[in-house]
Design a protein around this ligand. Structure first.
Ligand code: UDP
Length: 340
């Protein structure tokens, strides 16, 4: 099988590349290196069957078109990521996530015929549930999105639009499309530059700097280990009955950010103190937070064997090892740097 991974030089994309190569597939990565990084895939470039192509899903249509033509499965991960990054680059967040996805779907449809169809796996986000208070989130739950004045919800709407367009291509053009809502994926190679909590807290704890918890820290997330996530992505892409379906790829364990901060400090035996910082100081006055986020994962478990049970303490240690290695190689800057 020939796989194309847009955004394959990013955190999740690079792990997915490894997973698919490990299963004997050919993998082409297409990435504009805006938030992805060649260092994530350096170790893969020697492997037969792996190729890297630099380009954007917005601007480099010739290259994208040729790559899609020669692929069987297209894993569309190219996206603007991270709440902090999205707030600083709202235009890119909206354009890449909507127009970029439309480009991929249109080309996949153009190069499909009755005998051979491209299967597209779209990486969406749990952000689409917005600030819904009904947890755990199920795929058929309502999205609860706040006012357009709050940029964060533009990202949520862009991801929702991406899902609508994917489902429309499936219904109207018969394109096999599988949509995955990823929940706070964590693991090695995730950079803290785009504001994500796990790499930030781990790098702060390693440096002995204050561990920054935003708000009262009682907001919750369900952190999911990247290797569990990419295994699920690879597995579900082989299930024909998943076409036209939407799945949560998350975890049903709910962890508050206060608990996460404590876990990180304990696991890394860090002298860091925890400091609470008001959201308004970090994200500006017009920010709205998602108070609780937990995935109902019963649907995906009807289709594949999915057990995201990897222990969070193990993941914290692995991230710390990875950060220390990369710190040695390239220098990671101040631990409290917020965004790229
Ligand atoms: N967060 C925090 N300290 C940080 C970075 C993030 O307390 O240094 C909080 C953030 O406000 C949110 C949670 O951690 O409540 C998860 O943030 P992240 O940006 O990783 O993901 P998302 O908000 O998209 O779930």
């Amino acid at each position: 099988m020939k796989a194309l991974i847009t955004g394959g030089a990013g955190f999740i994309g690079s792990h997915l590349s490894e997973e698919l190569l490990g299963r004997g597939n050919e993998v082409a990565v297409f990435d504009d290196l805006s938030t992805g990084n060649l260092s994530n895939i350096d170790h893969l470039r020697r492997i037969t069957g792996f190729t890297f192509h630099q380009g954007s899903v917005l601007d480099d249509m010739q290259e994208l078109s040729s790559l899609i033509e020669h692929s069987d499965h297209i894993y569309h991960l190219a996206a603007v990521v991270g709440v902090a990054y999205v707030l600083e680059h709202p235009v890119a967040a909206l354009e890449t996530n909507t127009r970029g996805t439309e480009n991929v779907l249109r080309l996949a449809s153009q190069f499909s015929d009755a005998r051979s169809k491209k299967r597209v796996i779209l990486a969406s986000s749990s952000e689409v549930y917005g600030k819904s208070a009904k947890v755990p989130f199920r795929e058929d739950d309502d999205s609860v999105i706040g006012p357009t004045l709050v940029s964060r919800w533009g990202y949520a709407c862009a991801k929702a639009l991406e899902e609508f367009v994917g489902l429309a291509y499936h219904r109207e053009k018969g394109l096999p499309v599988v949509i995955l809502r990823l929940f706070n994926t964590v693991g090695p190679r995730q950079t803290r530059r785009y504001g994500m909590v796990m790499p930030r807290l781990v790098s702060q704890a390693i440096a002995g700097e204050p561990v920054t918890v935003y708000g009262d820290g009682e907001q919750t997330r369900s952190f999911t280990y990247v290797k569990d996530v990419v295994k699920a992505i690879a597995d579900i892409s082989l299930v024909p009955s998943a076409d036209g379906q939407l799945f949560n790829v998350g975890n049903n364990r709910e962890v508050s950010i206060n608990e996460l901060a404590e876990l990180v400090r304990n696991v890394l035996d860090s002298p860091s103190a925890t400091v609470h910082i008001p959201f308004s100081e970090v994200y500006g006055a017009e920010f709205e937070e998602t108070r609780r986020r937990v995935a109902d994962i019963s649907k995906i478990r009807e289709y594949i064997s999915y057990a995201p049970t990897t222990n969070l303490a193990f993941v914290v240690k692995e991230i710390a090892d990875d950060l220390r290695t990369r710190q040695g190689e390239q220098g990671v800057g101040g631990a409290n740097e917020r965004s790229g």
